[in-house]
Design a protein around this ligand. Structure first.
Ligand code: COA
Length: 350
């Protein structure tokens, strides 16, 4: 499995990674506040091997992943999610980063990626993390990703320099979805807390048409442009269902949803999405997708699927970032604007 974030790839370990892990597993600064490390070579090799073996367990309970720079390809650290109570859907997260990469928000980005994976792919109810109260940097990462400090246990464990206290931070699934529903996740730049996502009504049609006309382009749609006259547009969108994002009373984006007609496909929800150009890159599509997924779950759907053109890398990266995976690709399926483009089938299993 692999998790994409804007600047990182969180991927499975391979045996050869032990040398990169050992570069930080031997540093006192990295291990100061935890029981793990400093390691001998054998201990680091064992850690990597155990992470690889954990990935083969069914059901899998431990997700110890390498934090790798998207551009640099450098292995910078480890992020881990451990399912503690399968039945109660509880998991713990933890992370370690080489000091060379501290101070640039990578721990926060990786932690956010693993939170998203836990809540949205594993359907966990509660995720918690612990840290030494003296480790201000780590506590601040946990706060910034939206976790709540829940407790302070005194002399909770014994480490190299004696007994240490432990802070516990936690987040529940309703907090994760509640925040994302109004576009307020800490990593998003939505500057308006008053983003409302609701079912579309007939009154929204003109606004939806405006979004469509402003966003349609041959790089994002193989179909001709939508009809401009309102009456024709009304016919075009006649049976269309979906959610709209409304910011301060203005419709700024939509997500269309559609269930295929076959009885054997009733668990699938197909979606299409567009955001008014003036409101792009502010987390609106992210909030819409999260709302669609919450809606799909509530309806008992187990798969959200979509199609996207290879000539639309912004949309592909949006979907990847939210945990959608490519499940198929029709190569050179369309000839648009003088070039062949692929038709990608992407999905998320809920
Ligand atoms: C694709 C689209 C829906 C994204 O809407 P949005 O509200 O701007 O998306 P978000 O702000 O939630 O983006 C979240 C992340 O997705 C990625 N992303 C979104 N648009 C991107 C772009 N144009 N280029 C690169 N990455 C992009 C980024 O990782 C972004 O996070 P960041 O802003 O922190 O870098 C919007 O650009 C759009 O309406 N495009 C035209 C219609 C379309 O292509 N629809 C999809 C058809 S399959």
């Amino acid at each position: 499995m692999i998790i994409h974030t804007p600047r990182l790839v969180l991927r499975e370990f391979v045996s050869e990674d032990w040398t990169a892990v050992h570069r930080y597993a031997t540093l006192d600064d990295v291990c100061r506040y935890q029981q793990w490390g400093p390691n001998t070579e054998t201990e680091t090799k064992e850690f990597v091997q155990e992470a690889i073996e954990a990935a083969r367990q069914i059901p899998r309970r431990r997700y110890a992943l390498a934090i790798v720079g998207l551009d640099s390809g450098l292995l910078m650290g480890t992020i881990e999610l451990d399912v503690r109570g399968q039945h109660f859907r509880i998991a713990e997260i933890g992370y370690i980063l080489h000091p060379e990469h501290w101070g640039r928000g990578f721990a926060q980005e990786a932690a956010q990626g693993i939170l998203r994976f836990g809540f949205e792919n594993l359907d966990v109810h509660r995720i918690f993390a612990t840290c030494d109260p003296r480790n201000h940097a780590s506590a601040s990462v946990l706060r910034r990703i939206g976790m709540t400090q829940e407790g302070w246990a005194r002399d909770e464990r014994r480490v190299r320099d004696g007994w240490r206290d432990t802070l516990t931070f936690g987040m529940l699934d309703q907090e994760w979805y509640g925040e994302s529903r109004i576009g307020l996740q800490p990593d998003r730049a939505v500057d308006h807390p008053r983003l409302l996502i609701r079912e579309r009504t007939d009154e929204d049609l003109e606004s939806i048409r405006e979004v469509d006309l402003l966003t349609w382009a041959p790089n994002n749609s193989p179909a001709p442009a939508p009809p401009e006259p309102l009456e024709k547009y009304r016919m075009y969108r006649q049976h269309w269902r979906g959610l709209v994002a409304v910011l301060d009373g203005q419709v700024c984006g939509y997500a269309g949803v559609n269930t295929p007609s076959l009885p054997s496909q009733q668990h699938v929800l197909m979606l299409d999405i567009a955001v008014h150009p003036r409101f792009q890159r502010r987390g609106i599509a992210t909030a819409l997708l999260r709302a669609v997924e919450a809606e799909a779950r509530a309806q008992g759907k187990t798969k959200v699927a979509l199609r996207v053109l290879s000539s639309n890398p912004g949309a592909v990266s949006l979907y990847r970032r939210l945990g959608y995976m490519e499940e198929g690709r029709l190569r050179k399926e369309f000839f648009l604007n003088g070039v062949y483009v692929d038709d990608l089938f992407m999905c998320k299993i809920l």
